[in-house]
Unconditional design. Structure first.
Length: 359
């Protein structure tokens, strides 16, 4: 009786095999869970260590609108001494404020180099590299190595100027040390053999961001006008001294008397008083039988001008005289254009012409 009761009250149990089997599956699933979690963590750590994350950070920090000054500083860019830093900032800000800047891989190596563009215009490179530190997972930490801005070298100019002129590029004065070469002016055959000709300086300025403003002053400090420009080449004209009334009056008087003498309207003394007696010019005028004489019964001097006053030394200068010499004639007036450069020297008492050049 007791034995039957015991059989009815007993619990049913799984066979040992199934108990072991399900236990192993459970353990495997737990192990698989932790394995997958570990793999996922490792993959996340690996993904976080990829260099493009550092590249994104560089773009976010330096290549946003309004960050031109910061970007230029990070690039270590130094502006050309003839241009203000504001020129470079304005140019870079134009890139940043235009189409959104984006980057593309320029090369794959131990260091990663990226090209940065705005629209279709590439304006910078930056390079990232392992900085020597590692993260908690043991992966290299990528850091910014350098930034290169492609903004210099767009403009080059050449300036040719008299050696005694001071040339300015964007308001910055050039010195003789800036000249790429210094040439001697062609010798003027009318000047004494021992006179040293002036010089011509050629300046070559490179690496300008934009077309510059070129100005110049003469040796007296006066502004030079008429600077010629062609194909990024500038030519500063030769300048002359400020004309005085004394020099002007002396030259015009000599010019008028020379014209009158050559037209037989005056004797030799009229012009001879203005010419150095020791010069060959004096002898030639005195002995020459060649005159410009045209039939006339009077004359006038019209539109007189004196220019190109060039001071060579304390005892030497030249000046150009021009006017229209009108000869009156019953059958019609004759008009002769007088255009001559007189060369003067000081004889210890007064200025006298020692040579001349018909222009």
């Amino acid at each position: 009786m007791s034995t039957s009761a015991n059989k009815r009250s007993g619990k049913r149990t799984l066979p040992v095999f199934y108990m072991v089997y399900f236990s192993l599956i459970f353990i495997f699933l737990i192990a698989l869970f932790f394995a997958l979690k570990t793999v996922k963590t490792k993959l996340a750590e690996y993904e976080a260590s990829r260099p493009y994350h550092a590249a994104d950070a560089v773009m976010e920090e330096y290549f946003k609108p309004g960050d031109a000054a910061k970007l230029i500083g990070a690039a270590g860019y130094t502006s050309n001494r003839f241009e203000d830093e504001k020129v470079a900032e304005d140019l870079v800000e134009g890139f940043l404020d235009g189409s959104p800047a984006y980057y593309a891989v320029a090369n794959n190596s131990a260091e990663q180099k990226y090209a940065v563009s705005s629209g279709e215009l590439k304006f910078a490179y930056f390079t990232i590299a392992p900085g020597g530190n590692v993260d908690d997972a043991g992966y290299d930490i990528w850091e910014l190595k350098n930034i290169e801005l492609l903004i210099a070298g767009g403009e080059s100019i050449r300036i040719t100027a008299p050696g005694d002129a001071t040339v300015y590029v964007n308001g910055h004065a050039l010195t003789k040390e800036d000249a790429s070469r210094v040439e001697q002016e062609a010798r003027d055959e009318h000047l004494p053999e021992d006179f040293e000709p002036g010089t011509v300086c050629v300046y070559e300025i490179e690496g300008l961001i934009q077309k510059p403003t070129v100005t110049a002053t003469d040796k007296y400090g006066a502004q030079i006008t008429g600077i010629e420009e062609k194909d990024n080449s500038y030519t500063v004209p030769k300048t002359y001294a400020e004309l005085t009334d004394e020099v002007r009056d002396l030259a015009l008087a000599a010019g008028e008397q020379l014209a009158a003498y050559m037209q037989l309207d005056a004797g030799f003394y009229a012009i001879g008083q203005y010419v150095d007696p020791s010069s060959r010019l004096y002898t030639n005028l005195l002995t020459s039988d060649v005159k410009w004489a045209d039939p006339h019964n009077g004359y006038s001097i019209e539109n007189p001008s004196v220019s190109e006053y060039t001071v060579y030394s304390d005892t030497l200068y030249s000046v150009r005289v021009k006017f229209l010499h009108v000869l009156y004639n019953w059958g019609g007036n004759f008009e002769n254009e007088f255009d001559t450069t007189f060369y003067y020297r000081w004889n210890g008492a007064k200025w006298l012409i020692y040579d001349s050049q018909v222009n």
